[in-house]
Design a protein around this ligand. Structure first.
Ligand code: BDR
Ligand code: CA
Length: 323
């Protein structure tokens, strides 16, 4: 089994990612670290605890950073409406498309005392075998841990990220939300020298979900299947209200990324490339990959561009039918 730490900002698609990671036979999920992003930290922690309780086990949850590494030092940035999509700006106010709290009972388990970054550093320092980190949130916790002790990189098997896009963004015309919310953290992780695999928007948007997919999850007849089916229906409704729904379809990016770690063969297009993150201006937070035909492919970063939807959804179903 792969030893895995999952970093989340729960969040609709994070919730499905957590359930898949907790259920998968392929993983030994040793901890879930939480940061801010989709919602403030208090909400993302509470949502994480509730979702994990649905999975039945006492997987430890650690609260991490409540702010990005640098960006709150630039207060005007989040309110630059010209650069925002309608998904986060309504009547000039920044809102979240994610539910502030899920309709699930409170967890019987409490969040652990240690800070998420301390947990990452301690666990990786003392690891008997290499650990895979899956980051489906702004990369603040992972970057801070790498700054606290850069030597932990040698005990990381791979950092698998949901984030970035090499063509169109979702938060801004060029930036994906997780990269936009903490571009410096994304840059630190990409340049860490650790093997990195990035599930970009190009990849995750190949696996859209509609009401029929939601029915498919509900028909599994398990509490997790029903929760996810209803969650997707509400997410489609919310995005439709905000006029950002693509043809009645939404994407549960984070769950797709976890499925790509459970079974890497669902990835049908993967390419190594030298990468950088834009740190300012209109392309702030954008992922840049050198895809020129003659560019060196000798890079620790690999980018996922395409995924087999049917096989991906089947993995989710196999996981959710266990819970
Ligand atoms: C990513 O940003 C968040 O809104 C989602 O949870 C996902 O991790 C998609 O851009
Ligand atoms: Ca997320």
């Amino acid at each position: 089994k792969k030893k895995v730490i999952l970093d989340v900002d729960t969040g609709t698609d994070d919730a499905v990612a957590i359930l898949c990671a907790a259920a998968s036979e392929a993983f030994d999920l040793i901890g879930v670290t939480v940061t801010c992003g989709n919602l403030p930290l208090a909400n993302t922690v509470e949502n994480t605890l509730r979702v994990l309780a649905l999975s039945g086990g006492d997987i430890p949850v650690y609260a991490g950073c409540s702010l990005p590494m640098v960006r709150t030092l630039m207060p005007g940035r989040a309110h630059d409406v010209r650069l925002q999509t309608v998904s986060t700006i309504v009547d000039g106010e920044q809102i979240s498309i994610h539910e502030p709290s899920f309709p699930l009972p409170p967890s019987p388990y409490a969040v652990r005392k240690a800070h998420a970054c301390s947990f990452l550093v301690d666990t990786l320092r003392n690891a008997g075998e290499k650990i895979t980190i899956i980051g489906v949130a702004p990369l603040t916790n992972i970057a801070v841990a790498l700054r606290m002790d850069p030597s932990i990189a040698s005990n990381i098997e791979e950092i698998v990220i949901m984030g970035g896009s090499v063509s169109s963004g979702n938060r801004t015309p060029t930036a994906e939300a997780n990269f936009y919310d903490d571009p410096e953290a994304a840059q630190i992780v990409l340049k860490s020298g650790c093997p990195v695999r990035i599930f970009t928007l190009e990849a995750t948007e190949r696996v859209p979900c509609d009401h029929e997919d939601a029915d498919g999850f509900r028909s599994l007849g398990t509490p997790a299947g029903t929760f996810v089916g209803n969650l997707i229906d509400r997410f489609i409704h919310r995005c439709t209200q905000l006029n950002i729904c693509d043809n009645g379809q939404v994407t549960i990016h984070d769950a797709i990324t976890v499925c790509g770690v459970i079974d890497p063969t669902i990835v049908t297009s993967l390419e190594a490339a030298a990468c950088d993150v834009n740190l300012g201006g209109w392309a702030d937070g954008a992922l840049i990959a050198d895809r020129r035909s003659f560019a060196s492919r000798d890079s620790s970063v690999r980018i996922v561009y395409d995924i087999d939807k049917e096989r991906c959804v089947n993995i989710m179903k196999a996981c959710l039918s266990e819970l």
